[in-house]
Structure formats: structure tokens, C-alpha cells
Write a protein that binds this ligand. Structure first.
Ligand code: GAR
Length: 191
């Protein structure tokens, strides 16, 4: 039986698309569902185009997440991956799936993490602080923003000329290269 991966994403969904494609060539795991807090998110179209079930939920459903939790349980996830999910993840779901929720963050935590630090906000802050490196962090999700145990980090060097958009592109390339492999490793280690 293939392991089940459920993805959560809020926006564009390039990571989601990349993960779906990677596991479409795997006999170990598959993406069984994509969930988004934004009914207009591009990620829903990208997922459906790859024949993956893609659903959205409302803010109210996230704040009282019993139905979301029941839905998730139906998919029997071995791993839940926040792949560009920009809201705080419901505690009740984290508690229901211990050590089975991971997140990708577009910087080298503990730097540039916490509330409000997501997407382009992160890259803008990195450039403003004249950092010579940025990178990615993949970590377990706990009840504090960006504070769960780190699973994997990868650095990329920056130049003084890099704009936030340049940093985003460099970081995204790392995300696409590494996130599917790290998901695979976590799934293999867990069983
Ligand atoms: C990714 O860079 C991801 O690291 C970031 O959102 C982007 C989504 O891109 N996540 C966060 O900032 C979470 N705090 P995508 O929609 O193209 O996959």
C-alpha cells in the first residue's frame, strides 16, 4: 500500500505541483488530496490538472476545525505537508497527527520566522538585512509558528545585487529540488 500524503497550500502552488509530479512516479507514496484556505488559489487548478482531489475550506471551518479533521481522517494521511500554507495551522489537527505534520519555510530558521514572516515578507527582510545567505528549512509543526524540530536545511548564497524577487527565485529552486526528497525520507523513516 502506498503511503498517503495530504498537502495544504494557500496560493500559487508550485511546490504542490512539484510534489504531486514527483510522487506520480513513486511506488512508495502518493498525494491523495490538496486542501486550501483560498477557494480561488491557483494551487487548486494545478492539482486538479494533475487529477488530484483539491478542496478549499473557509476561515470559519479552520477556526472550528472538527469537520476539517474528520475530512482529513478519511484520507488516512501518513504525512501532512504544509507546502506554502500561510496561516497558523489548527492545533487540534497537529495533536491528532503527532509527528505527521511538516512545513517548508523559505529561510534559514530560527532567523526570519514567526508571525507575519511568510513568502515575499521573508525575502524582503533578508535583502534589507544584507544577508549573504538564505535558504530553506523543513521542520515539524508544533503549536508555535516556525518553532518545531528542524528536519532539513539548505543554504544558498546571495549577492549584494539580489532583489527580493531574485532571492525568492533562488529559494524556490531549492524548495523544488529538496522538498519531495525530504518528504520521501520522512515517510521511509517513520515506518
Ligand atoms: C514557498 O516559498 C514556501 O516556502 C512559502 O510560501 C511559498 C509558496 O510557494 N511558505 C511560507 O512562507 C510559510 N511560512 P508556492 O505556492 O509556489 O509553492
Amino acid at each position: 500500500m502506498k503511503k498517503h500524503i495530504v498537502l495544504f497550500a494557500s496560493g500559487n502552488g508550485t511546490n504542490t505541483q512539484n510534489i504531486i509530479k514527483y510522487f506520480q512516479n513513486s511506488n512508495q507514496a502518493e498525494v491523495v488530496c490538496v486542501l486550501s484556505n483560498n477557494k480561488n488559489a491557483q494551487v487548486l487548478d494545478r492539482s486538479k490538472a494533475l487529477s488530484i482531489e483539491a478542496l478549499s475550506f473557509t476561515k470559519a471551518e479552520m477556526l472550528a476545525p472538527q469537520n476539517l479533521l474528520s475530512l482529513l481522517k478519511q484520507y488516512k494521511p501518513d504525512l501532512i505537508v504544509l507546502a506554502g500554507f500561510l496561516l497558523k495551522f489548527p492545533e487540534i489537527i497537529i495533536d491528532a497527527f503527532p509527528n505527521k505534520v511538516i512545513n517548508i519555510h523559505p529561510a534559514l530558521l530560527p532567523k526570519y520566522g514567526g508571525k507575519g514572516m511568510y513568502g515575499h515578507h521573508v525575502h524582503k527582510a533578508v535583502v534589507e538585512n544584507k544577508e549573504t545567505y538564505s535558504g530553506i528549512t523543513i521542520h515539524y509543526v508544533n503549536n508555535q509558528y516556525d518553532k518545531g524540530e528542524v528536519i532539513f536545511q539548505k543554504k544558498i548564497s546571495l549577492t549584494p545585487q539580489d532583489t527580493p524577487q531574485d532571492v525568492a527565485a533562488k529559494v524556490q529552486q531549492l524548495e523544488h529540488q529538496w522538498l519531495p526528497k525530504v518528504i520521501e525520507d520522512v515517510l521511509i523513516k517513520a515506518h
